[in-house]
Design a protein around this ligand. Structure first.
Ligand SMILES: [Zn+2]
Length: 70
């Protein structure tokens, strides 16, 4: 076995670990309530895996715009 083979093996193992993590995240049930204010999140937003209610997402987006300008 030469060194190139060992390097490829560790890269593959690393990729597999990353994929496993992504898979685990995708398997998590969607949030049913907003992370910020605990308001229920609509099923449409749950499908998109959003963890904020519409109002909080809007506020956050506005805040982001404000900070980018400033
Ligand atoms: Zn909220």
């Amino acid at each position: 076995m030469d060194e190139a083979d060992i390097a490829n093996d560790s890269i593959l193992a690393d990729m597999e670990r990353r994929l496993a993590r992504l898979q685990a995240a995708a398997d998590k049930p969607p949030k049913t309530h907003c992370e910020k204010c605990d308001e229920p999140i609509t099923p449409a937003r749950q499908k998109l895996r959003l963890n904020l209610c519409f109002d909080c997402a809007l506020l956050l987006e506005r805040a982001g715009r404000f900070f980018r300008k400033g």
